[in-house]
Design a protein around this ligand. Structure first.
Ligand SMILES: O=C(O)CCC(=O)C(=O)O
Ligand SMILES: [Fe+2]
Length: 286
């Protein structure tokens, strides 16, 4: 990445043509606004006050849900962790992205709609997944894997590639987070086809060549920063302080062919793909 790839002076056209279309990562500093309960940079308490009674899903260091707990209990557990108690894992509180989903963050997102804005370089239309042609806004529209991610310092997401041949944006709201990315071409070193190496607890026997590649991106995100994660890129994150991020996935029409190939190779039966196709059906003309 060059310095140019680490500014916020990029408009939607440039983002689409220089980064999205070329599958190149992008870090933007101080590029979205927070207010209300999302504004206090090092503090989860205002969020816990507002949403403490909600049950939120708690995950391992990847996408395996372990249990649910009251958000207030989770925030208390994080506070205890600062004083050395047993570590708790990672809250991934997703908006609805499938028909059968026990816990949804939709109400919380609706209540926080005035508390943040998406970065201005985020396209306001032209999506094929979800199929929103214009006036798209990640603040109020549903997107696949749109969620609040909350964890203590040390909370992390292991190295992985996102599903749906989709891109992602992650906005860092609270606390610092280290973010590492490798290009798709590093896959033969990092993955055996089934699993991907865990950078913190590597299995050198199973992944003997993983040390032969270096991350193309290794950045610390601060509150107000955002990162674009292109499809197929391996990425991992670790919180350096108690952390809140907002993230979502999407496919823009410049990458429609790639998404069509994904659908053809079996993706059309995916529960999230089916959900977004069903919920965006255009009403018949009257
Ligand atoms: O911020 C993180 O923990 C990583 C987010 C991510 O990569 C994902 O949810 O797919
Ligand atoms: Fe991811």
């Amino acid at each position: 990445m060059t310095d140019r790839d680490s500014t916020s002076e990029v408009d939607q056209n440039e983002f689409v043509n220089t980064y999205l279309a070329k599958n190149m990562p992008f870090v933007a500093r101080d590029c979205f606004t927070r207010s209300g309960p999302l504004a206090s940079p090092w503090d989860l308490e205002p969020l816990a006050e507002k949403f403490g009674a909600y049950h939120v899903p708690v995950f391992d260091t990847l996408f395996e849900m372990q249990r649910s707990m009251r958000f207030s209990d989770y925030v208390s557990a994080i506070a205890a962790e600062r004083t050395g108690a047993k570590p708790v894992s990672y809250v991934r509180w997703y908006a609805r992205q499938r028909h059968f989903q026990m816990i949804c963050a939709d109400e919380a997102f609706a209540e926080l709609a005035e508390s943040w804005t998406a970065p201005s370089w985020v396209p306001s239309g032209g999506y094929v997944f979800p199929p929103i042609k214009e006036n798209a806004d990640p603040v109020r529209d549903r997107f696949p894997a749109k969620g609040f991610f909350v964890c203590a310092a040390g909370g992390r997401t292991r190295l992985h590639v996102d599903p749906w041949a989709s891109d992602a944006v992650l906005c860092q709201v609270t606390g610092a987070k280290r973010f590492v990315m490798y290009p798709p071409s590093a896959g033969e070193f990092l993955s055996d086809g089934d699993a991907v190496v865990d950078l913190e607890e590597p299995d050198d026997e199973r992944f003997p060549t993983w040390r032969e590649v270096r991350p193309a991106v290794d950045v610390t995100l601060s509150p107000g920063d955002a990162i674009y994660i292109p499809a197929g890129w391996f990425h991992a994150a670790v919180a350096l302080a108690p952390s809140v991020s907002i993230t979502w996935n999407f496919v823009h029409e410049v990458n429609a062919a790639r998404f069509a190939a994904y659908l053809e190779s079996g993706g059309s039966t995916d529960a999230t793909v089916k959900y977004f196709h069903a919920t965006h059906e255009v009403a018949p003309a009257s």
